[in-house]
Design a binder for this molecule. Sequence first.
Ligand SMILES: [Zn+2]
Length: 344
Amino acid sequence: MSALREAFCADLERAASTRDLQDLRDRYLGRKRGRLVALLKTLAGAPPERRRALGQAANALKQEIEGELTARREAAEKRRGPAGAVDATLPGRAPALGHRHPLSLVREEMESIFSAIGFEILEGPEAEDDYHNFEALNMPAAHPARDMQDTLYLDGSIPAPGGGRPATLLRTHTSGMQIRYMETHEPPIRIIAPGLVYRRDTPDLTHSPMFQQVEGLLVGETVTMGDLKGTLEHFLRALFDDDTRVEFRPSFFPYTEPSTEVFITCVFCHGDGCAVCKQTGWIEILGAGMVHPAVFEAVGYDAERFSGWAFGIGIDRVALLKYRVDDIRRFYGNDLHLLEQFPS
Ligand SMILES: [Zn+2]
């Protein structure tokens, strides 16, 4: 009897869960194979004068075991709280984290490359006026270059050719931030202005009516085209890889003179020629140039004393190349299959 009691106490010590407690109850008090029942059966063969005392002791032990088991179960339930409540002792479940959008990743990478070399990062209005988006950038009303950028006007306020009331529009590029910054600051200037821009475009593989650009502007007293080339080479190699070759080809923009279109070695074939680069080995990546004297005149800078350069690069275009995405529309489709491939 006392051996059984000791065995029970040792087992109870090891019981860790309510499941263990139930097992213990079955093992000791079970009606068919319980150890106590087995003990009681052996009592049947004991002398009659001892049977009564042994029966009382067995009953006492049974009650003791039941009492212990009940106390342990109640204590466990108290820790867990009322039925259906949260078990505060369970380890927590990690919440699902969102993922960074590929356009945000590229934008932040560009920002960190430029802030590391002393550029300030600005943001400006997406609803812009005609003056900052066009006129101050050497594109007066009826300038043919305006046709290069199909504009979305707000309030239905398309300006009459040759002037009329000022129109409000969704900015077609981030270049207006050059004007806004120079109007309120004196050189030297080193800024980049990332943000959304809008064009009246039909969406296809490479066009979206809304996309993102980063504008860059540097102005000082002895700024040369060599500074522009060196800075952009550094930027593009940091953005793509160290082996990227950079080529500057003559181009035209109303707000820069001279102007250049900048090409990099194709990120797909590394210059060997493929379908993406149309077998040329080169991919056009951005537009740039020396700030046009008419732009300095618009903001009241002395174009004889100051010179500067500017560039504009499409964030979407870089993301398409970097992440091998085949359709710009996928960046705006909220497709989790695409987005979940990027880090949190
Ligand atoms: Zn290629």
